[in-house]
Design a protein around this ligand. Structure first.
Ligand code: IPE
Ligand code: IPE
Ligand code: MG
Length: 249
């Protein structure tokens, strides 16, 4: 039986590894920092585009738990850029009904950045147009470890037994538990790896890799990713025919 593929429509939740800022700058004989600064412009474009398209949640990888390994200068410049960008953009995000949230270990950040993060989250908490999640000092392994710690405490206190632990229980403790799992993952910059981004949450996410460097990623590039997504058949372990039947149901 041949099944006609039906469109997936829009993803509810998109997760992006914004990679390639350094190479974008190097190609123009500019310092890496300029690439990061241009990367912020791409963030603004993509946030706006996703909101206008009606995407429910957008998760952006801004700084990984491994990015501390970069030269001190670059880390310092990135922190400054985060602080300045947040300060400058939070009002516009708020006006556009966007709820901002951070995932990752924020306690490693300088105090003024932590304050900006809290302020942005508090100010936008009641917004409903789109969730914007910034993964900063985030690592998928860290996330799973944190979830396991919470569960281990419950075991230690006698509240639950080890055999009571289920994937659903982990789902409840992991970052973004309140959101649908990402439907579409995008990585710009040409590398085809997950680099310790959302590990648990990407279990059934459609993966999309593009050579476009992040500062050059625009609405057209996003539309290409969305088109690729729309033409995928998501089977979740079932056969293709079953998947089509479920969709038609
Ligand atoms: C991504 O761009 C931004 C961060 C990791 C903060 P890169 O800085 O990794 O750019 P490339 O990969 O060196 O080109
Ligand atoms: C992943 O990019 C992290 C972010 C985009 C924030 P990296 O450039 O750090 O990834 P690797 O080191 O090439 O895997
Ligand atoms: Mg990189």
């Amino acid at each position: 039986m041949t099944s006609t593929k039906k469109s997936n429509g829009l993803p509810q939740h998109i997760a992006i590894i914004m990679d390639g800022n350094g190479r974008w700058a190097r190609a123009r004989m500019l310092p890496r920092y300029v690439g990061h600064r241009e990367g912020v412009k791409a963030v603004k474009t993509i946030v706006k585009a996703c909101r206008n398209k009606g995407i429910r949640a957008l998760t952006l990888f801004a700084f990984s738990s491994e990015n501390w390994r970069r030269p001190r200068d670059e880390v310092g410049l990135l922190m400054d850029l985060f602080i300045r960008t947040l300060k400058k953009e939070v009002e516009a995000l708020h006006q556009n009904g966007i709820r901002v949230r951070f995932i990752g270990d924020r306690y490693a950040f300088p105090k003024d950045l932590r304050e900006q993060i809290t302020q942005a989250e508090d100010k936008t908490r009641a917004n409903t147009a789109m969730d914007l999640i910034i993964a900063a000092n985030y690592g998928g392994q860290w996330d799973i470890t944190e979830a396991l710690r919470v569960i281990a405490r419950r075991v230690a206190s006698g509240e639950i037994k080890p055999e009571d632990i289920t994937p659903d229980m982990i789902n409840c403790e992991i970052a973004l538990a309140d959101l649908p799992a990402p439907d579409l993952f995008i990585r710009t910059g040409g590398e085809q790896r997950v680099s310790n981004f959302l590990l648990w949450q990407l279990a059934y996410t459609e993966l999309y890799f593009t050579d476009v460097l992040w500062p050059a990623f625009n609405e057209h590039a996003l539309d290409e990713a969305l088109e690729s997504f729309a033409n995928r058949q998501r089977r979740f372990g079932r056969t293709g025919d079953q998947a089509e039947q479920l969709k038609g149901a």
